[in-house]
Design a protein around this ligand. Structure first.
Ligand code: HEM
Length: 192
């Protein structure tokens, strides 16, 4: 992504992408719901205070990617987020409910204790977590840096997020299987 074109080439077509943003990828959102417990997808700012027994709708409204579609100061939803919800909200709530008990993390925890300690399984789960939540995210962040980054001021993202903060894993702290990482690794998430 970062090497396929020059900044000028990207700037030539970027406006044709509006009004749309990568955060509106329903497929990507579903991969996340199916991978982990909802609490790990809640915006890091609310993770400690949100009532874990609250409704799926409330959890939905606190998902980390809502930040890409809301005005950071007023909390007002953008047209992009409203359009996305109009099409997918019902489907997402059903999907969240279905995968609440059968997501990959739940499946892992249901395995017999000795199987949970299988080194190959742990390695595969950590690899998946790292690839989705750090490796891909950092490649994407660096690509955005090339095309949107400015010497003094960054260009605005199509979704309008404060994208450096929105995208960097050290702020977002999306981690599908936190119990498979050491304290040190968790502390340095996104920087190793
Ligand atoms: C090459 C230039 C690209 C730039 C500058 C870019 C920039 C961004 C930015 C700034 C966001 C944050 C949301 C927003 O405010 O819009 C975002 C989200 C996203 N983009 Fe891209 N992107 C690029 C290419 C791609 C490609 C090629 C894909 C997929 C193949 C992709 C998939 C996504 C996804 C899935 C999200 C949501 C991720 C999340 O919620 O963390 N992007 N992109």
């Amino acid at each position: 992504m970062a090497e396929g074109m020059e900044k000028e080439q990207y700037l030539k077509f970027r406006n044709t992408l509006t009004p749309a943003s990568g955060f509106q990828s329903a497929q990507y959102r579903k991969i996340e719901f199916a991978s982990t417990d909802l609490i790990n997808l809640i915006d890091a700012r609310y993770r400690d205070s949100i009532d874990q027994n609250s409704s799926f709708k409330n959890a939905y409204n606190h998902l980390y990617w809502q930040a890409a579609g809301k005005n950071y100061t007023t909390g007002q939803k953008s047209t992009l987020l409203n359009l996305f919800e109009k099409k997918y909200l019902g489907e997402f709530i059903d999907f969240m409910e279905d995968y609440n008990d059968i997501n990959l993390s739940r499946k892992f925890k249901e395995l017999p204790k000795d199987v949970q300690q299988n080194p190959s399984l742990i390695k595969a789960m950590r690899h998946y977590d790292y690839t989705v939540n750090v490796k891909w995210v950092m490649a994407h962040y660096n690509a955005a840096g090339k095309y949107l980054g400015g010497k003094e001021k960054d260009l605005e993202a199509t979704g309008g997020s404060s994208w450096r903060k929105y995208m960097h894993p050290k702020y977002q702290r999306r981690i599908f299987y936190p119990y498979l990482w050491s304290e040190e690794e968790l502390k340095n998430w996104g920087t190793f």
